[in-house]
Design a binder for this molecule. Structure first.
Ligand SMILES: NC(=O)c1ccc[n+]([C@@H]2O[C@H](COP(=O)([O-])OP(=O)(O)OC[C@H]3O[C@@H](n4cnc5c(N)ncnc54)[C@H](OP(=O)(O)O)[C@@H]3O)[C@@H](O)[C@H]2O)c1
Length: 331
């Protein structure tokens, strides 16, 4: 086993698994921090991982409580780079305050508390969200990677309001930590829109809706959501790519990964690309109302010299994966 140079947290997740694959492909030796080693045993034997043929480049460390100060002290030992993705999405089973808000805010600083004690660290990349910068209700003004909001006090009546406040609080807490402690390592903040696209983890149909693709699948499989959701999506491949590019020499600051979208356009896209699947009743029209948000992440495209994938790209990837995993043809 070569000595790990990159610590990644959140590798069991939709974005984290793609970041793990891309990091191993790029030649990093990865230490993956997981909540439970026993529940992460599927990773080394996952076909996408075994296909890379680098078993000596991936090891695991257990971090059961990500919000405890010092939680990552062992995990960061002798590490050069950190990509920190672990934190909960707004899931209905979680308590808004303790299950969503607090872990989002505190996990951003707990990684910094551990990193600052470890002299080998050169860079920490932390995943925030477009929600770190979106005022609710949106006031129609353009939002960029430079936009900042004051902390939002609880209590929170839903996991989504707790998540939004958690992502605002996480960004503010991390920036305060950096200002107060002036760490020797560089920090990069990544702000993705709703992550959609090919889910590398999924090997069966049930797996494809484990992440945020669930919302998109609803629109093309006949589900109607009563709750509007803010616009702005990032293809998971681009989100992962920006995390890796963020490790480059001289890259510091904040980077949005999002494109404006209207969720219900997914149905028009599916109609264009998969007429047979519609005729066969595999895809049926649902609806997800959109709250318009003007989040402009073009600076990230300029900085890294590539164009983000479109909403259409993400819809086609998800619909194709759905058909592939259900063993059906749809074009
Ligand atoms: N998906 C999106 O649309 C989106 C958009 C913007 C930002 N983000 C941010 O990107 C990051 C990754 O998102 P994702 O879509 O990959 O989410 P995900 O699929 O739900 O994965 C979340 C990851 O964080 C870990 N985690 C969650 N709560 C934890 C806790 N309390 N203690 C320890 N580990 C915990 C999970 O580990 P377990 O497997 O052990 O639960 C998993 O590895 C998150 O910070 C999220 O807020 C996501």
């Amino acid at each position: 086993m070569s000595s790990p140079n990159l610590l990644i947290t959140g590798v069991t997740g939709f974005i984290g698994f793609k970041v793990l694959l891309d990091s191993l492909t790029a030649g990093y030796t990865v230490r993956a921090a997981v909540r439970s080693i026993s529940q992460s045993q599927w990773i080394p034997s996952h076909p996408r991982i075994t296909a890379l043929g680098v078993p000596d480049k991936l090891s695991f460390v257990e971090v059961p409580d990500i919000i405890r100060e010092g939680a990552y002290d062992q995990a960061v030992k002798d590490i050069t780079y950190i990509i920190h993705l672990a934190s909960p999405l707004p899931s209905p089973g979680l308590d808004p305050q303790t299950g969503v808000y607090e872990p989002n805010v505190k996990s951003a600083t707990s990684i910094l508390h551990s990193a600052i004690k470890e002299p080998s660290i050169k860079k920490v990349v932390i995943t925030f969200s477009v929600f770190s910068n979106i005022l609710f209700p949106p006031d129609g003004k353009e939002i960029t990677e430079k936009s900042r909001l004051p902390d939002v006090p609880g209590p929170f009546d839903s996991t989504i309001t707790a998540y939004s406040a958690g992502k605002i609080g996480a960004l503010n807490a991390a920036e305060k930590f950096i200002k107060d402690n002036n760490p020797k390592f560089a920090v990069v903040k990544v702000m993705p829109g709703l992550a959609l696209g090919y889910d590398e983890r999924a090997t069966a149909l049930e797996g494809i809706s484990a992440g945020t693709n669930r919302m998109l699948l609803g629109i093309i499989t006949g589900k109607t959501s009563p709750a509007p959701f803010p616009a702005g999506v990032g293809d998971v491949a681009d989100v992962a790519k920006v995390h890796l590019l963020a490790l480059g020499d001289g890259v510091v600051g904040s980077f949005g990964v999002t494109k404006r979208n209207t969720f219900d356009e997914a149905w028009e896209i599916v109609k264009r690309h998969f007429p047979k699947a519609i005729a066969d009743g595999i895809f049926t029209q649902g609806s997800q109302p959109t709250i318009p948000v003007d989040w402009n992440a073009h600076q990230t495209e300029v900085r890294f010299g590539f164009d983000f994938k479109t909403y259409e790209d993400a819809v086609v990837e998800v619909a194709n994966q759905y058909l592939q995993l259900s063993g059906k043809k749809g074009a």
